[in-house]
Write a protein that binds this ligand. Structure first.
Ligand code: ADP
Length: 246
């Protein structure tokens, strides 16, 4: 597993370094799109408010805070991509509670979910789920999966659009985070190939999100898998080793 994981990371590193500057820039573009888009729409909203007769300055203050947060996130993405190019020994290992990262990812997603009429809910274990990894990497994986889930629900009109983040302890030594949606699901014969680099069904997709997510998780001794839910929609499961018990 160790060799396999190193191999995967090397695959991505290789992809980034040589398969082309193109692939790397595509992946950066992919992940920067969200914070940059949010900054832009927030700035536009602020401009509209300022043109009104009695501008709501408190609201503008809040918008500026959001812009700063999104800017920070863009910085984190860039340092994460730099981090992907790091050697294993140079990774910023931290111990943190997976529940906390799930909660902060939901906070980041809220605005986008509202814009897309997606109802976000979460179900978390009450106990701590300590894992050892670079926190920003894990957060990025969750954001990627959630963004994919919302993309998959874009054209769904018949059912309510629901995004569910769940954390639980699977065995004595593993924690699981699952992200399920009520989107169009994944054709069964594609369940494995969605993780291949450059596999995409989106007009502007890069097909790199899931391959990078897999490489990140394997670096930390984790795994990712995809399945379809019986009631429709897809579920992605992320498993990481529990850092310590109790
Ligand atoms: P991209 O988002 O750029 O297409 P990804 O590697 O993140 O790249 O995803 C690859 C493909 O996997 C997507 O284009 C989509 O076809 C499929 N996919 C990913 N997540 C979901 C989901 N939640 N529901 C349905 N299909 C999905």
């Amino acid at each position: 597993a160790e060799t396999e994981s190193r191999h995967r990371l090397l695959e991505v590193v290789h992809l980034n370094q040589s398969a082309t500057a193109g692939a790397l820039s595509a992946s950066i573009a992919h992940e920067l799109n969200q914070p940059l888009g949010a900054i832009r729409s927030n700035a536009e909203a602020a401009a509209v408010i300022l043109r009104s007769e009695r501008p709501d300055l408190e609201l503008i203050g809040q918008i500026l805070v959001d812009i700063q947060d999104d800017d920070q996130r863009a910085h984190d993405v860039i340092s994460r991509i730099r981090g992907l190019l790091k050697k294993r020994s140079e990774i910023d290992w931290q111990e943190f509670d997976l529940n906390d990262v799930a909660t902060s990812a939901i906070r980041i997603l809220r605005g986008e979910a509202e814009r897309r009429s997606v109802v976000v809910s979460s179900s978390q274990t009450s106990r701590e789920l300590p894992v050892r990894a670079d926190r920003v990497h894990v957060q990025q994986v969750i954001l990627n999966l959630a963004t994919n889930a919302m993309d998959a629900m874009l054209e769904v009109i018949t059912t309510e659009k629901r995004l569910l983040l769940e954390t639980r302890l699977t065995t004595e030594s593993q924690v699981e985070l699952s992200i399920s949606d009520t989107g169009r699901g994944i054709p069964d014969e594609r369940l494995a190939s969605v993780f291949e680099p450059f596999y995409t069904t989106k007009p502007n997709g890069t097909g790199l999100g899931l391959s990078i997510a897999r490489a990140i998780l394997e670096t930390y001794g984790g795994k990712i898998s995809a399945a379809n839910r019986p009631g429709g929609g897809a579920v992605f499961r992320v498993v990481l080793p529990l850092a310590r018990n109790g």
